[in-house]
Design a protein around this ligand. Structure first.
Ligand SMILES: Nc1ncnc2c1ncn2[C@@H]1O[C@H](COP(=O)(O)OP(=O)(O)O)[C@@H](O)[C@H]1O
Ligand SMILES: CCCC(=O)OP(=O)(O)O
Length: 355
């Protein structure tokens, strides 16, 4: 009988879950207040803050870590990797603790998992980390050799939801061509070509549509001028791209529910920002439909923003000419993490080794 503990850290939340064989999962979403989370100097400094909350949830459930067959964690910014389930090991932890490939809350998954299992014979695995890279060579050139494009996106949820969409269409994921848009704190839009994500916007570092907390693509020349204006530190400019960009920069909040209420109450600025974000998402979906040569099985919309029928209705209206539109609000990351680890525990798949 297997039992998996899942840890899924996002920029604004930590999702945790217990998956037991033949049982419904127990799930908890801890929402972190921006006022607290942003007081930590770095993401790594949030480790004990988030761990304490996880430990107290396990205590409330009467669970101890030794009762689990394995811990499954969301994977962070590492070297570019093929998709799959990876054993959490020392080289991985070393890259994550030093933010060697960048900083994002997903870096905390393996660090938290490792801390919990330390001293126990319980393995810790990560599944489809945000750096899964299956991009075609042609998609890697940005326009300057010093700045190659990178594949950083919601790999875990994009793949899980694409598999679900394929099942609904009565097809194998490996036989489908999808454009998948994950609309969350960050936004990624990807071309899935017969089981491979052949191109995707870098959802973290200034590519694609603007999102609740990220700038997306910015005018390069103006950004260079801003960087050298002497008015902003490097840290401040980086926060304009990630954290305080996009909707947050325009309206001071990353909560689209609040923005929708403001817009409904006659705040035309809020309405305009929503309209512009939707416009950019539609444009991006069109670009990735073109990547697939226009021949696609479905456009799949997922992520927290997909709970808003006002926004998904507008997106659907903009892209329905390309293909049928399927909407899956929220995400299925916890289930995908548990499934990835179960495939390894049951011998269906071999764990990959990072190094
Ligand atoms: N019912 C809703 N209507 C509109 N926006 C929503 C709704 N629920 C969540 N959101 C927005 O979705 C975004 C977070 O998406 P989510 O996928 O949970 O984020 P993360 O990328 O941090 O995992 C936030 O901007 C939040 O305000
Ligand atoms: C790092 C790419 C995935 C991402 O943007 O995740 P969040 O939306 O959870 O920040």
């Amino acid at each position: 009988m297997w039992k998996i503990f899942v840890i899924n850290p996002g920029s604004t939340s930590t999702k945790i879950a217990v998956y037991g064989e033949g049982k419904s999962p127990l799930e908890e979403t801890i929402r972190h207040k921006p006022g607290i989370i942003w007081t930590f100097p770095s993401v790594t400094d949030q480790l004990n803050y988030r761990l304490d909350m996880i430990r107290s949830w396990l205590r409330e459930l009467g669970e101890t870590i030794v009762s689990f067959s394995a811990v499954a964690v969301r994977g962070g910014l590492l070297k570019p990797l093929p998709g799959g389930t990876y054993l959490v090991n020392e080289p991985m932890l070393d890259d994550l603790v030093h933010n060697r490939y960048g900083e994002h809350a997903s870096n905390l998954g393996a660090l938290m998992g490792h801390d919990l299992v330390q001293g126990y014979a319980v393995p810790c695995y990560m599944v489809d980390p945000v750096v899964v890279d299956e991009m075609e060579p042609v998609a890697r050139l940005s326009g300057h050799p010093l700045l190659p494009r990178k594949s950083i996106f919601h790999a875990l949820n994009q793949r899980a939801i694409a598999r679900k969409a394929a099942r609904v269409l009565g097809k194998n994921y490996q036989d489908c061509r999808f454009v998948v848009a994950h609309l969350g704190g960050g936004i990624s839009v990807a071309a899935h070509d017969q089981g491979r994500v052949v191109d995707v916007n870098n959802a973290l570092d200034g590519e694609g549509p603007f999102s609740p907390e990220r700038s997306g693509t910015l005018p390069a020349g103006q950004l260079v001028e801003l960087c050298f204006s002497g008015k902003y530190s490097k840290q401040e400019v980086l926060r304009m791209v990630k954290g305080n960009g996009g909707v947050t920069a325009y309206l001071g909040t990353a909560d689209l529910r609040e923005v929708e209420v403001r817009s409904a109450n006659g705040d035309s600025g809020a309405g305009q920002v929503l309209e512009a974000m939707v416009y950019q998402i539609i444009k991006e979906i069109g670009a990735y439909a073109a990547v697939l040569g226009g021949s696609i099985d479905a456009i799949v919309i997922t992520g927290g923003i997909a709970y808003s029928s006002r926004l998904t209705d507008l997106i659907r209206a903009g892209v329905k000419a390309f293909a049928p539109v399927l909407i899956y609000p929220g995400e299925d990351e916890n289930g995908a993490l548990a499934e990835g680890v179960i495939r390894v525990l049951t011998g269906e798949e071999k764990a990959r080794i990072y190094g």
